[in-house]
Design a protein around this ligand. Structure first.
Ligand code: G3H
Length: 496
């Protein structure tokens, strides 16, 4: 159970502590932040409201610990990570329980998130050993006018302190996708978890604590964005920010200093369906891609662009499959669970009402109870409707009928987002040409968008982000190149 057994020390009364300098601490603010359970809509957990002074201390400790960590042998850093991965997997159930209560993730998916995170940490440790164990040797005489008198040795060194800010929908997995590469590369890590998901993240951090990482190297501060949000992202002690979330990332990018940024800021992933597609495959992927975790994935299918000639058939098939989706509490492992907050539910409802007013065809009746929104397919959506462009982050999916592939590509490329897209066709040549034409970081052929497997590159164009993620890219991104140039004596020098 959360907060018990090995996790007993991370809670004080009913408030979870924050993690700094290798210890679990209470904030001097004496204040806490409540986490509302999306299903019951009542307070579930409380976390510390950390102060700016506490952030300063965390940054100082991180800076000091990083210097020693960078000199810790690479194989040893990997060993720590493997240990943390094993501990995390061993305690998957209490951590998954937090995900169920804090973010209403279906119970089975919550366990999968933790296990996937353990695997991600181990893979990162292995990948890091290989990537960081290699350097480069350059010789000077390949550049015009130079003798062979200079040897340049270059290798990858850490950036310093990495600030990781994951989103509510994967508070464990998208945290470790930042933590593990940062640590293997020799950086210190400060985690600011999302408020909803913070308790799961604190449990996950305790697994790193139990693995025995040096004091101060890893910290986790919780609290109000208004108090410590900007303070963290603009802190002079931060050398890199890895953020996943909404358009707050754009604001962070504008305010952050001259440091590397890794940003993943959502998407409006299109599913383009051609006339020759396997319609059963399309149907399965629209339902899974559009409605899993109630559409609260940046890689969810967020708009279907379908050729008119097959639209009726696919809409009917999707409607039939949607009828099998179970709707209810995450504890019962339902497919559709309450969305994360009331404000999120209200936003989704706003998009639905706009589409209704503008004449979209409702394939099901719109239904909402509290934060629980029944899955909805909206047909005959037109570009003047908000839902054609905005990201609902909920179980509501628009269908736009198109009369040419070009129309689909045009709609997709007119979006502010550019995360992923997918195309369904049996014609591989067409699929590749469409992939080339789409302005997105990834295009999936004959499958719904997805980030994983976690070692694949993952990146967004336009307002979907900066930089590339995926294990290898993250390790590289959290390092910089250091060169040592050996200058040989002048050519007149003779040996002996
Ligand atoms: O929500 C954003 C995530 O990066 C999506 O990850 O494709 O594994 O669900 P996923």
């Amino acid at each position: 159970m959360a907060g018990t057994g090995v996790f007993e020390e991370i809670i004080d009364g009913e408030v979870y502590k924050y993690y700094a300098d290798g210890e679990w601490k209470k904030s001097a603010s004496g204040k806490s932040v409540s986490i509302i359970n999306p299903t019951t809509r009542t307070p579930q957990y409380k976390v510390q409201a950390c102060t700016q002074e506490e952030v300063n201390k965390v940054m100082d400790a991180a800076k000091a610990a990083q210097k020693l960590w960078a000199r810790t042998p690479l194989w040893k850093r990997a060993e720590f990570l493997h240990k943390a991965a094993a501990i995390l997997k061993e305690h998957k159930n209490p951590i998954a329980e937090c995900l169920v209560k804090e973010i209403a993730k279906p119970a089975k998916d919550a366990v999968t998130e933790v296990v996937r995170s353990g695997d991600l940490i181990s893979y990162t440790a292995e990948d890091g050993v290989r990537i960081l164990g290699e350097g480069k040797l350059l010789v000077s005489d390949s550049f015009p006018g130079n003798e062979r008198s200079k040897y340049c040795l270059s290798s990858k060194i850490p950036l310093g302190v990495v600030l990781a800010i994951p989103p509510f929908n994967y508070p464990v997995n998208l945290a470790v996708s930042k933590i593990a590469p940062a640590l293997i590369a020799g950086n210190a890590l400060v985690l600011k978890p999302p408020t909803q998901g913070a308790v799961a993240a604190l449990h996950m951090i305790h697994c790193f604590h139990l693995a025995g990482f040096p004091k101060g190297l890893i910290s986790c501060v919780t609290g109000k964005g208004s108090e410590i949000g900007d303070f963290l992202t603009m802190h002079p002690g931060v050398n890199c920010i890895s953020f996943t979330g909404g358009d707050t990332g754009i604001a962070i990018s504008k305010k952050a200093g001259m440091i590397p940024l890794q940003m993943e800021l959502g998407g409006k992933d299109a599913c383009i369906v051609l006339e020759d597609a396997d319609l059963d495959l399309v149907t399965a992927n629209i339902v899974k891609g559009g409605y899993s975790y109630s559409g609260q994935r940046c890689t969810a299918v967020k708009v279907v662009l379908i050729m008119e000639s097959v639209a009726d058939a696919v809409v009917e098939k999707v409607k039939a499959k949607m009828a099998n989706l179970t709707i209810g509490p995450p504890e019962e492992n339902c497919d559709i669970t309450p969305v994360v907050s009331e404000s999120s539910a209200n936003f989704i409802e706003g998009l639905v009402m706009d589409a209704k007013q503008k004449g979209a065809t409702f394939c099901q009746e719109y239904r909402r109870e509290g934060n629980l929104i029944w899955p909805l397919l909206l047909d005959h959506v037109r570009p003047d409707m908000r839902i054609a462009w905005e990201e609902p982050f909920g179980p509501v999916l628009p269908v736009i009928r198109i009369s040419s592939v070009e129309e689909g590509i045009h709609h997709c490329n007119a979006s502010n987002f550019g995360l992923q897209g997918c195309v369904f066709t049996r014609d591989i040549n067409k699929a590749i040409m469409i992939s080339d034409a789409l302005e997105t970081g990834t295009v999936q052929i004959n499958s719904a968008p997805a980030r994983g497997p976690d070692h694949f590159p993952f990146q967004g164009l336009k307002e979907s982000g900066i930089g590339s993620q995926g294990i290898t890219n993250s390790i590289n991104m959290m390092t910089k190149i250091k060169s040592t140039v050996i200058n040989l004596p002048s050519p007149s020098y003779t040996i002996g």
